[in-house]
Design a protein around this ligand. Sequence first.
Ligand code: SF4
Length: 443
Amino acid sequence: MLGVALGEEYQLTADPAEAECIVVNTCGFIGPAKEESIDTILAMGRMKEEGRCEKLVVAGCLSQRYPDDLAKEMPEVDHFLGSSDMLRLGEVLAGGAERMLVGNPANYTLRATDPRVLSQGQHSAYLKIAEGCNRTCSFCAIPAIRGKQRSRGVDDIVAEAERLVAGGTLELNVISQDTIAFGRDLDGRPDLATLVRRLGDIAGLRWLRLHYLYPETLTDELVELIAQHPKVVRYVDMPLQHASDAMLKRMKRGHGGTRLRRVVETVRNRIPGVVFRTAFIVGHPGETDEDFKELCEFVKWAEFDRVGVFRYSDEEDTGSFTQTAKVTKKDSAARHRKLMALQRPISRKRNRALVGRRVEVLVDGASDQHEYVLQGRHAGQAPDIDGVVYLSGAEVRPGEMVTAEITQSADYDLVGEVLLDDGDVPAAPPPKPRRRVSLRVTA
Ligand code: SF4
């Protein structure tokens, strides 16, 4: 959408008060995300009354999921775009577009030729390799919102990646809903390992990171690539959701806890120094104290580097919604607190093991602590979701890859002293066009 707006000769601004057009890109798959999206839309609606805004646009999964309800309840919104209709922002900006631009079913798949602007600097980019999901996890509304899996062609993905790297991107973060299933819907069934190898051949790329690997049997080839390929970071992001057989069955994950233990062992034994990130849902219908205890034992045993814990959200168009034995909010909140508290010392211990080590750090920019302190990430820290390395000791610039010695650690973040400066400054931003559009992202 930022690319579309620039193409229409709009200027981008992060300040909605100075925008003629405000776009709220929403998330709508669980309760807290929906609440945050709605709060943001309401706040931007007030901005429209007070500021320069002429058009308020709501895009993304919330408008895909609840188009009619939103249209009725929110007269202040001028246009709704579904999760497959981002490119139609051009029609909105040009004027005269209909209010409802929500295609059903959602069927958009990104193409290398689509306009794109990186909102967080050129040095790190997400690379979307597929849309939609063919699995049927019972708690998940995403397949209903995003549709069946649609993988992009390998050549198209590589073309986009090459262009990003030529523009200064050093780190590519591969994403989709079910990354390990990439290519199964394409002629010739190219697999993830084939794609990774092609991306790894791009000269100038430094880090390639794979997100959202479903915990089915990892192929030897993929494990080998993560373990050995110089550009594929030793980082496994694999949401496991639970560990007890009964819960995995209720969640319709297609495997039991024994399989998960085997997958964890494979990752740990065959990928030296791997950083393992996972996520769990607590409070799913039917989760007993025994199930939760089993999950806690599993987390203690596996010693993951990072764990995200989510409280179950009862979503009306999912299989879990109709399941009995709902867990109370109070119990769900208590389990959330307990699992987070259990993981914290494990994360702290794993971070502490890095003190004294030299690591490559990609400098992201000014830190969230102080404008004069820069922050970056080592290969085991993904953007947006993991901790950071606060940098001291030498002048570095955003977008550089530097070597730092880790001097301090906390539960999630690290402090490092810069030892070397061997990177380039990213390319200057394009010249400013005429009008302004603001994009608020909610999640
Ligand atoms: S694999 Fe992920 S996106 Fe697909 S249904 Fe399961 S939880 Fe949802």
